[in-house]
Design a protein around this ligand. Sequence first.
Ligand code: FAD
Length: 413
Amino acid sequence: MKSNGRVAVEVLVIGAGPAGSVAAALLRQQGRQVLVLERQQFPRFSIGESLLPQSMEYLEQAGMLRTVQEAGFQFKNGAAFAHGEQYAEFDFSDKYSAGWGTTYQVERARFDQLLALEAGRQGAEVHHRHEVVAVDVSGPRPRATVKDSSGSEYLVEAGFILDASGFGRVLPRLLQLETPSGFPVRASIFTHVEDGIAASEFDRNKIRITVHPANHEVWYWLIPFATGRSSIGVVAEASFLARYAGDETARLATLVGEDPSLSRLLRNARWDTPARQLVGYSANVKSLCGPGFALLGNAGEFLDPIFSSGVTIAFKSASLAANVLRRQFAGESVDWQDEFATPLKRGVDTFRAFVESWYRGGFQRIVFHADPPREVRRMISAILAGYAWDPTNPFVRDTARRLAALEELCYER
Ligand SMILES: Cc1cc2nc3c(=O)[nH]c(=O)nc-3n(C[C@H](O)[C@H](O)[C@H](O)COP(=O)(O)OP(=O)(O)OC[C@H]3O[C@@H](n4cnc5c(N)ncnc54)[C@H](O)[C@@H]3O)c2cc1C
């Protein structure tokens, strides 16, 4: 493949996160020659630990399901929501759409490493500590300049580039594709703790979302792992979090202390890992595809962490892109906008409407409503389980109007 500092490949994948590894595996199944370049050495920390059941379908497609099932990750079958005395649970197997109803909560350092190893096992060439630093998509074949672990640069010429660089946002930055997200600048502070939670007090099979007692736009996640440890984090507008003094760990501990039920659950926790902060992670692009390239996962758009939709969207984008590439390499004429960007956006827009409803407080009213009609609850459960692309679900077909009408009903009662 390599000669005189030049490499020629059929598909270059930038980044070995969930989107990159799944795309690489799917392309290997088609017999494509795939080069994955990852700037970090794995295992490396990453946030985004609660998967949705819909994501299992893509792990299955990519031949990675068994590896994940055998890894001993925490089983997950739903989501719990708490706000003061209010509490509601969604069981993801009781849902409108067909398909997986359970999944896992994963330490991403290990999960991402397993997927990248699996992509390699399936024949993708995966290089760590190789960073894409420049691209040129003006010619008939796109090119990337890569800096390797020794600091030397080489050129990759590809039949197609899939940018799966996540928050690295390689092509959006280098090709001036970035456009502001419609969401306000939110931030998150998070860490892992030895949680010390007694089995009788907490259902470890569910992510727990807690709404701040005094500000419904502020919320916490508690994501238990199989090891007796948990991921905890808080999300709020950056200006709200800026009011709290101290380092990240002190600020997170103060915020956890403001919610009585969460601090009760975490009263025996050992805070042994310094907390981190991410600010302004919501991002968007002018276009998800262009001549010779497409943007996968977070390299395209990232909405918000509230519904744990990030990895599912990353997998969905990889699956759609691999299908278009199959036809493109077979010599068929393809339309990336119609066959990749538009269908991907359909589900992203479903999640977007749910995120907007959450922050205006409407979706919280729906969640905590005492007696929702069973079928409506099953439709919402399907979206929360990641089935945001199921056109038979009225909350996918007509998301904003349906949500607004339901919010209205819940306000009336
Ligand atoms: C606070 C917070 C909480 C979240 N919680 C959840 C959750 O519970 N569940 C969920 O599903 N999602 C969650 N997400 C979203 C989730 O983190 C992402 O959507 C997901 O990781 C996207 O996967 P990806 O493959 O697109 O990108 P990433 O996972 O970011 O992977 C991109 C890879 O590209 C590499 N890279 C970057 N630049 C370069 C370069 N120049 N050259 C080579 N390689 C490069 C990076 O090192 C990285 O390994 C959360 C996000 C935030 C901010």
